[in-house]
Design a protein around this ligand. Structure first.
Ligand code: CO
Length: 505
């Protein structure tokens, strides 16, 4: 693995605020084309479709939304076949998107501060949420679904990206039910070689209910189980091992009065308490695998452990090791409040605590939690080899800042060797800004003989020097650049995505 060599002239100022801001412009147009402006060569073995989701509109007819998390979901699909690649993007045609485009103005309050026009009176007691379907996109059980954690998924045609409508997962969800945007795919669910999809939903309240769902490869529900945890729960992501689901209940409280009064968004009513402990909720999975080896760790019911973690959005992975459950997570010392009058474009990166990768070792026998810093470089959007989800693993890939310390926009991809201090880094600085990296194994069948870092990392970048976005293919071993696919336009900074070996074009 290569060591990290930084360019001193870039390090001085790896980004310009105005360049970074330009990645937050709407892309109203929907495209369909073969990508023909390519540096390098697309590996012929790279076959399948990369789906990405994120806010496509940052305003409605000139009315700015308050936070990108409130932006309407737009799907990008980049399909790879025989060394060629095809691009397509489509908005998720949610009921809210269609109504607002028709009306030419904002009609719904956003969770992150977007208010409909008319001041507090128009927003008073309006608790309708617009399902914006903007957080993740996953092809599973023959269906493509756009996910947003506070409501049901939207089903899409994987070939055309046409919106098919709200999807209740074959009757599993009731109208308005939440379904998280962070499913985990267990590569070997019942020790029979079959994968399953595990996801959760939160029903917050004075006591919050966490419901877990597991689905087979055919999309059918295998099992569903619930756990109540005291207090308000704001949980975006979770982690799994063969026997457990692990959720971090961040130390936040929610005061809904100002939300109901119309003067604050839901997110603005969440208060983070950085000096209070995070609860680590460990819920035994009810898959057959856990029954076979139930004697391995005697944990008949869910348990809660405490640690100081700061705020956690995303987990890289988790695994079992003797009496311990190990969880690797991106942690923030503080959660910047969403300010009513604030403008996210003016984010002062230097004034915000960086996200850093930490390891938590929960001892199920003694109840102790040890933690250690794995990577101090500011980072987000961790991903691991799909065959290593829930298993002991070595490499995590993350979007990261350029400088080794401090907080900054995401401009690099870092490969973290969790077993040593070795790091590899690919940089788009000073002009480029990156999103979530996606790891694609070279061998899609996940043969155990393959090296864990044998594959590619796909990352969408915004290139401010050309005012367009690129899809960059990196060699996952050393993060050398294999190919750069220049799109004909920019794509606003996205959230999450996934890769399927099925090629939809
Ligand atoms: Co997320």
């Amino acid at each position: 693995m290569t060591s990290i060599e930084l360019n001193p002239s870039v390090l001085e100022k790896s980004y310009r605020q105005e360049d970074w801001q330009r990645g937050y412009r709407s892309l109203a147009q929907e495209f369909d084309y073969w990508i023909d402006d390519i540096d390098g060569e697309i590996p012929a073995e790279l076959q399948g479709t990369l789906f990405r989701n994120g806010p496509g509109l940052l305003e409605v007819n000139g009315e700015r939304i308050h936070h990108p998390f409130d932006g309407d979901g737009m799907i990008c699909a980049i399909a790879f076949q025989n060394g060629r690649a095809h691009f397509r993007n489509r908005f998720v045609k949610t009921a809210g998107y269609l109504a607002e485009q028709e009306a030419g103005k904002i009609l719904y309050r956003g969770v992150f501060g977007t208010n409909k026009s008319g001041g507090w009176l128009a927003n008073l007691l309006d608790v309708r949420l617009k399902n914006i379907a903007n957080t993740n996109i996953l092809y599973w059980g023959g269906k493509l679904r756009a996910l947003w954690e506070a409501a049901e998924p939207h089903a899409l045609d994987p070939r055309t990206l046409d919106t098919l409508g709200l999807d209740n997962l074959e009757g599993v969800l009731k109208p308005g039910d939440a379904f998280a945007a962070h499913p985990r795919i267990d590569p070997d669910c019942a020790h029979d070689g079959d994968a399953c999809l595990v996801n959760f939903s939160i029903k917050p309240g004075l006591s919050s209910t966490i419901t877990l769902y597991e689905f087979g490869t055919n999309g059918k529900l295998l099992r569903k189980y619930a756990h109540a945890t005291p207090g308000f729960a704001f949980i975006h992501d979770f982690a799994i091992t063969p026997h457990y689901c692990i959720l971090f209940q961040n130390p936040v409280t929610f005061n809904p009065l100002n939300f109901l009064a119309g003067v604050r968004s839901a997110a603005e009513c969440i208060q983070f308490h950085p000096n209070k402990p995070t609860k680590i909720v460990v819920i035994p999975r009810k898959n057959s695998g856990s029954q076979e080896t139930a004697q391995q760790i005697a944990l008949p019911t869910s348990r809660t452990f405490e640690t100081l973690s700061g705020f956690v959005f995303h987990h890289a992975n988790a695994f079992e090791q003797g009496d311990e459950v190990v969880i690797d997570s991106v942690c923030y010392e503080d959660l910047p409040a969403v300010e009513p009058g604030g403008d996210f474009r003016q984010t002062n990166f230097d004034a915000i605590a960086p996200g850093q990768l930490w390891r938590f070792q929960v001892n199920l026998q003694t109840g102790t939690v040890d933690r250690q810093l794995l990577e101090g470089r500011c980072c987000e959007f961790p991903v691991v080899h799909p065959a290593k989800v829930g298993r002991s693993y070595r490499y995590a890939y993350l979007a990261a800042g350029y400088a080794p310390t401090g907080n900054a926009p995401l401009q690099t991809v870092v490969k973290v060797d969790t077993q040593s201090s070795n790091r590899a880094l690919w940089s788009a600085a000073p002009w480029g800004y990156v999103g979530e990296p996606i790891f694609v194994p070279r061998n899609q069948s996940n043969q155990p003989t393959n090296a864990e870092d044998d594959g590619w990392v796909l990352v969408m970048t915004f290139d401010a020097s050309r005012d367009r976005s690129d899809l960059v293919i990196l060699d996952a071993h050393n993060l050398s650049e294999v190919a750069r696919l220049h799109l004909k336009h920019h794509v606003p900074y996205g959230l999450h995505g996934s890769f399927t070996s099925e090629c939809f074009m």
